[in-house]
Design a protein around this ligand. Structure first.
Ligand code: GLA
Length: 572
């Protein structure tokens, strides 16, 4: 069981390092993530490296039985890099080119950035690949930075050629007949830069897919360099936020273990539900590989624009919940709270007050507790929720029937309902083999492929229970609406047909005594039976027997009791 966090010794004089390792030992820290933001110290000018300080840190940690999760520092290019290669600084959709002065100032498609990334990764791999402290490689930090520059435009076009093969196919997939967007040469296609009015949703979706692949190629390049010089597992840390353009199923096949950074923003039970959600996702993405909580806040919630302290003991409880759900370690951002810099007000395992503090005492207690725990065997889940980043991105389309349709929010609500009932839950991709689950839930999975529909149909025919909620199965993989009545791809499986959506402005009473909210539909039964109705007698929840199984359709946003009723109908 790993315990520790980001350790940034370059921010401190060397005598503090001695206190650091003494306190790390006291708190049973056994893994320190080092070097995440150290590029400017490691390579003070182009091609000139200074490893002396890192040699001393690595030796010191090793002498104190603390292993190192050694980072490549490519998330934070030094000032000299941006000045030498202004074309490698990221460009926002509105054309603003950023300058150094913060972090994540790079374009992953800029050749100079790729050269510099390979150079520093190679130098680190050669020097520390055989160092006894190196236990793991942490490539980059929180991949997710996107750019809209001309390098990206070139790379995007190559990616599009590969995906669509011909301009005709692209024009068709993107419905460029709308608003005179027909492309007659590849060179006319740009990243989705700021434009006069709404952008084309298919263009936006392909750009996110492209960004995921472009970032992944940067990761792979470094991983392969690191593997030449060391045998340690290689990974990176995912941001658990809705904005990241990462296809987590695809990425997780490329990492040796899944690492997540997770910052809660609710107190009490809400925070515990968030922990369960993130942990279940990480374990599911890992698909049998280990997973690790690479960062969490230290005894704090991250609310918009700041942090709030957790109650005494809450941090420990949350940390243990990650472990119970399969985490092979609990790490934090960061070891020692910074004195200055942009994150000087983020709590540290050693706070500004020093080790004589409530926070450090709780951290040290947690470290001792974890050091005595064997890894947990998470309960085998009988329930799964469908998770697809592409479907989530498609629902970030700025022009949907109404605002507020949000894949992740719908998934979290359903997950929380299962969590409140004490049901162990996995996440699965719609194309995975799901036959072992008793019940599979599909909350607002807007976009779906024909292959995934066939997979889900086979699951139900074979005896599975599928619960589909509103605004699922609406679009094809190019975000085109599936015609003939909603929910296009799932009409036959669900035995319903919907001609019109009826979004709600307030709650509506349902026949089972619960309430629907946000969304409703005029549902026609084409084989299904209504199990819950709206006040006008129209079907709100339906049930359809298919082969040896059944599929439910939920046409509104149910409250907790309404969801519990449907889960009970499905045998949970
Ligand atoms: C992320 C980053 C860290 C730090 C924390 C806290 O997880 O990886 O470097 O910025 O957030 O904000």
């Amino acid at each position: 069981m790993y315990f520790g966090g980001d350790y940034n010794p370059e921010q401190w004089p060397e005598d503090v390092w001695l206190e650091d390792v003494r306190l790390m030992r006291e708190a049973k820290v056994n893994l320190a993530t080092v070097g995440v933001f150290s590029w400017a110290r490691l390579e003070p000018s182009a091609g000139v490296c200074d490893f002396g300080w890192l040699d001393r840190v690595m030796d010191l940690l090793h002498d104190n039985d603390i292993q190192v999760n050694l980072a490549t520092p490519t998330a934070c290019p030094p000032p000299w890099f941006g000045l030498a290669h202004p074309d490698a600084m990221p460009v926002r959709a509105d054309g603003t080119r950023l300058t150094h002065g913060s972090r994540d100032t790079y374009c992953v498609n800029a050749p100079a950035y790729r050269v510099a990334s390979r150079r520093i990764a190679t130098a680190l791999a050669e020097r520390y690949g055989a160092h006894p402290a190196t236990a793991m490689w942490h490539v980059h930090n929180e991949y997710g930075t996107t750019c809209h520059c001309d390098h990206c435009a070139t790379a995007f076009r190559a990616w599009l050629r590969d995906r669509h093969k011909s301009l005709d196919a692209l024009n068709d997939a993107w419905t460029t007949a709308f608003w005179s967007q027909h492309y007659s040469a590849w060179e006319q296609i740009m990243p989705p830069r700021t434009t006069q009015y709404r952008s084309n949703p298919a263009h936006l979706l392909d750009y996110r897919r492209f960004c995921s692949d472009a970032l992944l190629s940067h990761y792979r390049e470094q991983r392969d360099i690191l593997r030449v010089h060391g045998r340690q597992p290689v990974t990176t840390n995912y941001v658990m936020a809705g904005w990241t353009p990462l296809d987590h199923w695809k990425w997780s096949a490329e990492v040796d273990l899944v690492g997540i950074d997770h910052y809660t923003d609710e107190p009490g039970d809400g925070g515990l539900a968030q922990v369960a959600f993130a942990a279940d996702l990480a374990r599911s993405w890992a698909r049998g590989k280990p997973w690790l909580l690479m960062e969490q806040g230290v005894a704090a919630m991250y609310v918009p624009d700041g942090t709030l302290p957790l109650e005494p003991g809450e941090h420990t409880r949350r940390s243990l919940e990650y472990v119970a759900r399969g985490a092979t370690g609990v790490l934090h951002f960061q070891w020692r709270a910074s004195q200055g810099g942009a994150e000087q007000w983020h709590q540290g395992m050693v706070p500004h007050a020093g080790a004589d503090s409530r926070v450090f005492r709780e951290i040290a207690d947690l470290g001792r507790t974890l050091s005595a725990l064997p890894p947990a065997e998470p309960a085998e889940a009988e329930v799964a929720i469908l998770w697809d980043d592409e479907a989530a991105w498609a629902l970030r389309n700025p022009a949907l029937p109404v605002a507020g349709l949000d894949f992740r929010a719908s998934v979290e609500q359903v997950h929380r309902g299962l969590w409140q009932r004490g049901l162990a839950t996995d996440f699965v991709h719609p194309s995975h083999d799901i036959s072992r689950y008793r019940v599979v839930l599909m909350p607002s999975l807007y976009l779906i492929s024909d292959e995934a529909v066939a997979n889900l149909t086979a699951y139900v025919e074979g005896g599975g229970a599928l619960i589909v909620s509103y605004f699922s199965g609406i679009a094809d993989p190019d975000t085109r609406v599936r015609l003939g009545g909603y929910p296009g791809a799932l009409r036959d499986l669900l035995g319903v047909r919907v001609e019109e959506f009826r979004p709600l402005t307030g709650p509506v009473a349902l026949s089972d005594g619960t309430a629907g909210a946000f969304w409703s539909e005029s549902v026609q039964l084409t084989g299904a039976t209504a199990t819950v109705t709206y006040a006008d007698g129209g079907p709100a929840v339906t049930w359809h027997q298919v082969g040896a199984g059944a599929a439910w359709y939920v046409s509104t946003k149910l409250d907790a009791s309404g969801l519990a009723n449907v889960l009970a109908q499905a045998g949970l």
